[in-house]
Structures are given as structure tokens and as C-alpha cells.
Write a protein that binds this ligand. Structure first.
Ligand code: UDP
Length: 320
């Protein structure tokens, strides 16, 4: 297939692009490099630097079999402080992309959505039937896009799939997490192991979980990318299917830190700090529907593999 990957210079998008190239697809990456990195675009992909709003139509006019839409603003805190950036950058831009797909009869869409569309979970693990009541602007914008995709798929025959997931982690060789300001637990802990930070703060150890720290669903970025590929293959015209992707039962913050200690051999000092606003105790997605319909299952589900791959990437980037 000839595929356009928006945000293909970012963490998830670059790994998706790489896996699609490895699977023999023709890949064009469209990215404005606002948060991505030109050197993350895989060698086998063509790179178009630009805004979706400005150039998606021109690019899609070439004729494509599908779009993998990974481009997004994705920081929860920033989305609360600067909603315009998220409503315009996520929703308006995605509408422009959908309009361009309709104009140029692009038949398939896989949207990299988020389990933040559900909000505070009423039960765990979270199924696709759960109520969608996002608790932050980021989740609200992704949910709005999902609603738009449903309408466009029905009206214009697009075969669409949205993938909703929580914490992406790990790396694909030289492709990994490179955020200007790091807020995610695994990269932060690995920065401690590299000597770039003194210690890690555990945001609360009095949560109603087994060891008192928050439990999250860490999914390996390669497993996630492979789900995008399967979604492209299984998408059905006129339908918008939604799949949650999860790794299983989830891992606690303490488990993450312990695994990082084992993998890196560094003591990684940790201190307990106050809870972070907006953090639920447990976020775990049920991926039963994706397993049944797409034949997807995480192949790199154990935390050691996830941390090992992130560590190899982190060390290589730091020249350590
Ligand atoms: N966390 C932590 N210390 C940190 C960063 C994160 O204890 O320095 C916790 C956070 O409270 C959450 C989990 O680690 O329970 C994962 O947080 P992250 O920001 O990586 O992802 P999120 O679950 O917020 O998407």
C-alpha cells in the first residue's frame, strides 16, 4: 500500500513508519517538526516537511491507499493551559486532513487515538464500551476527532480504525522517546540511571493498589506500531472501528523503578512525593476486541524487554 503517515517524525509515528517500510509498504511521512525530529524519519520513507493544514491536500492528490494519522499535540498539562493549541492543532487539523482525504478519495484511515478519551475509569480493565468522559482537554480533542471520523466514515465510505492506548514505552532501535521536556516515568528513571537527574519522585505511595503506587498500562512502541499495520489491513469501508490496546494487567511505579534498577544496574534513588493532580490509581485497557478482530497481541509485553529497549536507545543517544 502507499501510505501517508502524519507525525511520522515523532515517537509513535516514526516507529509506525519504520514498521510499515519493513513490511514492504511505500511510506510518505508528513511532519511539521514541531515536536518530531527529521532524523527519526526512517530511511525508506519519503519525507515531506510541512503542516497538514497547508499541504495534506497537495500530498494526497498523488493518490494514496491510506493515512496513518499520528500527528498530534499530546501533553495533558499543556492542553489545560493552552486549549486553543489543542482544539486547533488536533481537531481543526484532523478535520482538514479528513476533508483532504474525501477530496482525493483516500480509502483508509488509522487514527492514533488515546485511552484518555475515557477519563476516570468506572471499571478496570477499560473496554471500548466504557463511558467516554475525558478529564482533560487533550482527551476531549481526541474524542472529538473520533466522533468526526465516525461521521466521515459513514458518509464518505472511508474504512477507519481508531486505536486507543495508554503509556507507550520502549524503543525500536534508534527510534525512541525524545521529548524536549520529559514528564514520562520510564525516560525520567533512565535519566537518573544516566546521571542526568539525582533521583526520581514517586507521585504518591498511598494509592489503593497492591504496593501503593499507581498502576499503568505500558505498551511497547513496536507492538503499538504493529497494531497500526493490522488496523490498516482489517479496516472496512464505511465503518469506524475503535480498538483499545493494552498490555495485560499493568505495572506499578515501584515495579517500573525496580525493573529499571535491574536493567541498568544503577541504584536509582527514589523519594515519595505528593500525588500528581489528575492521576487515577489504575489505568489499564482491555485489548480483547483488538485480539479477536485484528489478531493483535503484544509480543513484547514484559516490562524488562520494554525497559531494556528504552535503555539501549537512551544510552546510545547519550553516547554512554
Ligand atoms: N510518575 C511518577 N514520577 C514521575 C513521573 C510519573 O511517579 O516523575 C507516575 C505518574 O504519577 C503515573 C505513572 O508514573 O502514575 C506514569 O506517569 P507518566 O507521566 O509516565 O504517564 P501517564 O500515566 O501520566 O500518561
Amino acid at each position: 500500500m502507499k501510505l501517508l503517515v502524519t507525525g511520522g517524525a515523532g515517537y509513535v509515528g516514526s516507529t509506525c513508519s519504520a514498521r510499515l517500510v519493513e513490511a514492504g509498504h511505500e511510506v510518505v511521512v508528513l511532519d511539521d517538526l514541531s515536536t518530531g525530529h527529521a532524523d527519526a524519519v526512517p530511511a525508506g520513507a519519503r519525507f515531506v516537511e510541512g503542516d497538514i493544514d497547508d499541504v495534506a491536500g497537495e500530498v494526497l492528490a498523488e493518490g494514496f491507499d491510506g493515512v496513518v494519522h499520528c500527528a498530534a499535540k499530546s501533553l495533558v498539562g499543556e492542553s489545560m493551559e493552552n486549549p486553543a493549541k489543542y482544539w486547533h492543532g488536533n481537531v481543526v487539523t484532523s478535520l482538514n486532513l479528513l476533508d483532504a482525504m474525501v477530496r482525493h478519495s483516500t480509502p483508509r484511515l488509522v487514527f492514533s487515538s488515546t485511552a484518555a478519551t475515557y477519563g476516570e475509569p468506572e471499571s478496570s480493565p477499560i473496554a471500548e464500551t466504557a463511558t467516554t468522559r475525558p478529564t482533560n482537554t487533550y482527551g476531549a480533542t481526541k474524542l472529538a476527532i473520533d466522533h468526526a471520523i465516525t461521521s466521515y466514515a459513514t458518509a464518505h465510505g472511508i474504512a477507519a480504525v481508531s486505536l486507543r492506548y495508554f503509556n507507550v514505552a520502549g524503543a525500536h532501535g534508534e527510534l525512541g522517546e525524545r521529548h524536549a521536556v520529559e514528564t514520562h516515568i520510564i525516560p525520567i528513571v533512565l535519566q537518573v540511571a544516566l546521571g542526568q537527574r539525582e533521583q526520581v519522585q514517586i507521585y504518591g505511595d498511598d494509592w489503593p493498589t497492591e504496593d501503593g503506587t499507581c498502576v499503568r498500562d505500558y505498551i511497547h512502541v513496536v507492538d503499538l506500531a504493529d497494531a497500526h499495520l493490522l488496523a490498516l489491513e482489517h479496516a472496512v469501508p464505511n465503518e469506524h472501528r475503535i480498538y483499545n490496546l493494552g498490555n495485560g494487567t499493568g505495572f506499578s511505579v515501584k515495579q517500573v523503578i525496580d525493573t529499571c534498577r535491574e536493567v541498568t544496574g544503577h541504584p536509582i534513588p527514589a523519594v515519595v512525593a505528593p500525588r500528581r493532580a489528575g492521576d487515577p490509581a489504575v489505568l489499564v485497557a482491555s485489548s480483547e476486541r483488538a485480539r479477536a478482530d485484528l489478531g493483535w497481541k503484544p509480543e513484547r509485553a514484559d516490562l524488562t524487554t520494554i525497559v531494556q529497549d528504552a535503555w539501549t536507545f537512551t544510552r546510545a543517544r547519550a553516547g554512554a
